[in-house]
Design a protein around this ligand. Structure first.
Ligand SMILES: [Zn+2]
Length: 407
């Protein structure tokens, strides 16, 4: 009565071999097995009790005497549940999984095993709202995400369990479940697939920085005109550089180099903006880039001209009036009429939330536009955050351009 057999429909991305062998390595009492009988549900929708009554007899025979067995399917339940149980059988539905969480189904399967084990220890109570506790009912299915990340038993439930008289078997199960939850949480909270986590026995050095961000970071929510370059390699490199850039431990000299690469990738989000020259001053954490934007989105070219100049500064201090004047001079000597002044630490007198108030260096930016018709877009760290969270960079630049006629 300590065996758990797992069956999976062939179309599900679950690494059953790895999960079974690692759970057997972790658990002292429980024994996991991969089911031998191929699993296939004939019906499009799982229902209780029909799907259970129709189960392949070979599966029923193979699992006699099991503590329980789990049948994994991508098909939905008619009541939209994750799982139901009949006798010692559980049908577990991963329908719509990718809409619920960015974590893998491997983590999901391990979570549900931990969840079912917890209910073997005590099934007297379920949280009706999402708390992250393994005793959550998960009426709201997206609660599964926080459940996997926290992978824990809340203090209230721990107290309840401690006051119960547990059998020897229940105590064994509790010990094993703790080990499972510990690994599940360690992997999930860093967006790591638990199978990868086990393979490397811990967090991989490179995954430490590349997997913390949300899967859709730097991908715009809307891009009807297809302005933005969202190729996998571009986005993953941009995310990696972003994490390095925002890592406070980075030395100043390294920061300059990272910022250079980041800036190029960041503006490289816009399709067909091509760099025709760049000049880096790592000591000052400053980089100048000249872009030919004539082949890029017309809507920007019309307003900004064929070539634009971008100056990027990655110092802790805000950029001041002198630096704006220097930028204007650079624009003029190159015969350009617009540029982006990208200052990670901010610009004096400029607040992105209160852009109608103009003062200090920002005041100068507005004056230069009115008097000399030279357009300097101010961009700061907050603009990076907006793009990271799904704002379309082209539309965002348009919004910034439109402010010039409104201040
Ligand atoms: Zn709880």
């Amino acid at each position: 009565m300590n065996e758990i057999t797992l069956f999976v429909e062939s179309d599900l991305p679950v690494d059953m071999e790895a999960i079974v062998s690692n759970l057997n390595r972790l658990c002292k009492y429980l024994k996991f097995k991969k089911g031998r009988t191929p699993l296939e549900f004939q019906e499009a929708v799982i229902s209780y009790p029909k799907s259970y009554l129709d189960l392949n007899k070979a599966i029923v025979e193979e699992t006699q005497g099991d503590l329980f067995f789990i049948l994994l399917t991508a098909k939905p339940y008619d009541n939209n549940f994750f799982w139901m149980t009949s006798g010692n059988g559980v049908i577990l539905s991963f329908s719509g999984w990718r809409y619920l969480t960015g974590l893998s189904m491997n983590n999901g399967l391990v979570y549900f095993i931990a969840n079912m084990l917890a209910l073997r220890i005590d099934n007297s109570y379920r949280h009706q709202v999402t708390t992250g506790c393994i005793y959550d009912f998960n009426w709201t299915k997206t609660g599964i995400d926080i459940g996997m990340r926290s992978a824990s038993i809340c203090p209230r439930c721990l107290t309840r369990i401690s006051t119960r008289e547990l059998s020897r078997v229940q105590n064994e199960i509790l010990t094993d479940d703790r080990r499972i939850l510990n690994d599940l949480g360690s992997a999930s909270k860093w967006n790591q697939d638990i199978v990868d986590y086990w393979q490397h026995q811990g967090i991989k050095p490179e995954s430490k920085i590349t997997e913390i961000l949300k899967q859709d970071d730097f991908i715009p929510e809307k891009d009807e005109k297809s302005y933005i370059n969202v190729t996998r390699s571009h986005i993953s490199e941009l995310r990696k550089l972003y994490l390095e850039l925002t890592d406070s431990e980075l030395l100043t000299a390294e920061k300059g180099k990272v910022f250079e690469e980041f800036s190029k990738r960041f503006f490289g989000l816009i399709k067909k903006w091509s760099i025709i020259g760049s000049n880096v001053n790592l000591k000052d954490c400053e980089i100048d880039i000249i872009y030919d934007i004539s082949q890029g989105p017309d809507i920007l070219r019309q307003r900004m001209g064929d070539n634009i100049y971008i100056e990027c500064k990655n110092r802790a201090e805000k950029s001041d009036v002198q630096e704006i004047d220097h930028f204007v001079m650079n624009l003029k000597t190159r015969g350009l009429k617009s540029g982006i002044f990208f200052s990670y630490g901010g610009i004096t007198g400029y607040s992105p939330d209160n852009w109608r108030d103009t003062d200090a260096a920002y005041r100068r930016i507005i004056d230069v536009f009115r008097l000399e018709h030279i357009l300097i877009l101010p961009m700061v760290a907050q603009d990076i955050e907006a793009i990271r969270n799904g704002t379309n960079l082209v539309e965002h630049i348009l919004v910034l351009l439109n402010r010039f006629v409104m201040v």
